[in-house]
Design a protein around this ligand. Structure first.
Ligand code: HEC
Ligand code: HEC
Ligand code: HEC
Ligand code: HEC
Ligand code: HEC
Ligand code: HEC
Length: 454
């Protein structure tokens, strides 16, 4: 084998290895990220939590002869249970006291495979010190070992390639010197690369096309997965109805979502909040809703016939299984969002982000079109029209750029009076902000990465 072909072979090997390394780590990463974003709130990999340990789940479904149904389960467990097709589903549902799992209708087979594959990687042994960062760095477990070997191989190949190049150059020198030729030492690296590409044009085109398409495909799948959470309404254990309670009866949102002005979370009501009324209300005036309200009574440990709570000997209420509400909205863990800042400080109305909840039955993620259609009819609420899908980063920052804020000595919110007072101490900044005539969230720092990312 001559030196030229050694070089060629090693470059090909090198490129394909770098490729598999990146592809491999991307898949493992996706599984981990998808698990963290969607499943980690209820599942641990190796331990029981709200749901069963996910490690080996696929194997368990395969054992039950239902390998393919695990996808249906994750897409929509309630639908699978309802269809009566799956024994495994019925068994595990009964084992976990009939607590409902969130539906994930948008997860593809590939994404589910990535999650299940990630869940089958044994967790790393606990680090000797209590340092969380160390544990995370070694997180890929046995995969880390494989990667190490690939890295060593790649480094070796790089060295071999360069050595081969060096030898070739020396030989060229020697032959040239022997033939008494001039040696063009000034030929730059770029020229050399250019002539190499010309000589190996077919090979170069193939590499270029492959790189371009993998890049494009990756970019496109990422784009497509953004904003997929619009118009999402998970099923719930109790058929609660917003249009009746918040609509017809006009109960204030804050009565049930009572931490919305005080904390990051709006909060979901406990059964006791419902029981404030439903200890007395056992059905609607039309005589419907008995079964659904009875579920509230069971959860609260309330005997509707006796109109009294079931008590044990010590006088404590014997409650049933609590009602678990499935989440409709779900921002990834790396995002910080606070209701208090938006509702209380920013004065943004619920409708701007959740749509006209008074017309919904169960809670749901609204859509951009629906909300934009509400803007003109609700002029008093100061809503803005946006163009980016709900819950994406584009949505947050577009509003931060458009939503004007009343900052001044007479601002209705004392928080903004205080900001105004501080700005007047910095005339340079104040003048710049005043130049475009309006102050938006962006100008108060609403575009700084660290404000929204941990
Ligand atoms: C709201 C809590 C919750 C979330 C979020 C959740 N699960 Fe579950 N999961 C459960 C519960 C509870 C069960 C047990 C069955 C039941 O009661 O519905 C379960 C069961 C399962 C099972 C069956 C396990 C077995 O041994 O047969 C699989 C598989 C599963 N979940 C996968 C997932 C995946 C993948 C995700 C993320 C995309 C996820 N789950 C998110 C609560 C949840
Ligand atoms: C600026 C947009 C915005 C406004 C205004 C807003 N929300 Fe939210 N809301 C969100 C986002 C984003 C989430 C998802 C939060 C998460 O997943 O961490 C959410 C989640 C929720 C949830 C689910 C539980 C929780 O706390 O995560 C409830 C309930 C809720 N909002 C009710 C309300 C009510 C009631 C109001 C009005 C008083 C309101 N929201 C105003 C954006 C908004
Ligand atoms: C302020 C009082 C009040 C509170 C709080 C309240 N409800 Fe109700 N709810 C009612 C009344 C009154 C009705 C019957 C309305 C009618 O007669 O049409 C009702 C009806 C219902 C129905 C039957 C609806 C139907 O159309 O069949 C369900 C289910 C229900 N409520 C669930 C809940 C849940 C869950 C909670 C807690 C999150 C809750 N309610 C909190 C007053 C309340
Ligand atoms: C009587 C109690 C009650 C009132 C009043 C009420 N809600 Fe809810 N809300 C609930 C319950 C219970 C859930 C969880 C079940 C569901 O999704 O419907 C919920 C869910 C939601 C969700 C979805 C949360 C998520 O991400 O899972 C939003 C958003 C929401 N409510 C907004 C509002 C707004 C806005 C108002 C006022 C217009 C309001 N709610 C009034 C009880 C109430
Ligand atoms: C409809 C408009 C709107 C949307 C959508 C919106 N915000 Fe805001 N945001 C505001 C307003 C108004 C304020 C209040 C400005 C202030 O803090 O002075 C604010 C403030 C904030 C702040 C505090 C900024 C500071 O300077 O302290 C953070 C953090 C934030 N938003 C995060 C988010 C995130 C994350 C999202 C998306 C999930 C989001 N916002 C979506 C309007 C919006
Ligand atoms: C106003 C809030 C806000 C600001 C400011 C912000 N982000 Fe984000 N970012 C978000 C939200 C919300 C998401 C989650 C979007 C989703 O799940 O689709 C996100 C997601 C991301 C992601 C993950 C992308 C993905 O596909 O999941 C990256 C990376 C990121 N942001 C980087 C940045 C950087 C860098 C900056 C500063 C230039 C920044 N962000 C500023 C709200 C913000």
């Amino acid at each position: 084998m001559n030196i030229h072909s050694v070089k060629k072979v090693s470059i090909i090997c090198l490129l394909s290895m770098v490729f598999t390394m990146f592809a491999g780590s991307a898949a493992a990463q996706d599984g981990k990220q998808l698990f963290k974003d969607n499943c980690a709130s209820c599942h641990k990999i190796d331990k029981k939590s709200t749901g069963p340990a996910l490690m080996g789940a696929k194997g368990r479904w395969a054992e039950a002869g239902e390998e393919e149904l695990i996808y249906d389960w994750i897409n929509n467990s309630a639908a699978l249970l309802g269809s009566g097709k799956s024994k495994r589903a019925a068994a595990i549902f009964a084992e976990y006291n009939k607590s409902a799992m969130t539906a994930f209708p948008k997860l593809t087979v590939e994404e589910i495979d990535a999650i299940l594959e990630y869940s089958n990687t044994p967790p790393p042994p606990p680090p000797p010190t209590g340092n969380g960062d160390v544990a995370d760095a070694g997180g890929s477990g046995s995969k880390g070992g494989v990667k190490m070997w690939l890295l060593i191989l790649v480094v070796t190949l790089v060295i071999v390639t360069f050595a081969a190049l060096g030898v070739r150059k020396k030989i060229a020198y020697v032959t040239a010197a022997q033939n008494g030729e001039e040696i063009d030492e000034d030929k730059s690296m770029m020229d050399k690369l250019g002539s190499w590409i010309l000589r190996n044009w077919l090979f170069s085109v193939v590499i270029f096309v492959v790189l371009l398409f993998t890049g494009l495909a990756d970019g496109l799948t990422r784009l497509a997965s953004i904003g997929v959470y619009e118009d999402y309404q998970p099923s719930q254990m109790v058929a609660y109805d917003h249009s009746l309670h918040a609509g017809t009866m006009e109960i204030d949102c804050r009565y049930c979502h009572n931490s919305v002005e005080k904390s990051k979370h709006a909060g979901l009501p406990t059964t006791n909040v419902c029981m404030n009324c439903h200890a007395m209300v056992h059905e609607t005036k039309a005589g419907t809703g008995k079964e659904e309200i009875a579920k509230l009574h069971t959860a609260a440990g309330y005997d509707a016939d006796k109109m009294a709570y079931n008590l044990d000997k010590k006088g404590n209420v014997i409650t049933g299984d609590p009602i678990v509400w499935n989440k409709a909205h779900n921002l990834p863990d790396h995002v910080f969002f606070s209701h208090k800042q938006h509702v209380n400080v920013g004065g943004v109305d619920c409708m701007q982000c959740h749509g006209d909840v008074k017309t919904y039955t169960l809670g749901r993620v609204s859509t951009l079109e629906e909300i934009n259609a509400l803007v003109d009819d609700n002029a008093d609420l100061g809503l803005v029209k946006l163009t980016k899908p709900l819950l994406t980063m584009g949505w947050c920052i577009e509003c931060h750029d458009k939503k004007q804020i009343e900052v001044g000595p007479t601002a209705s919110n004392p928080y903004y009076q205080e900001i105004h007072n501080r700005l007047t101490l910095r005339p340079d900044v104040y003048k710049k902000i005043k130049e475009d005539g309006e102050i938006t969230v962006k100008e108060l720092g609403g575009w700084e990465c660290a404000k929204c990312h941990y």
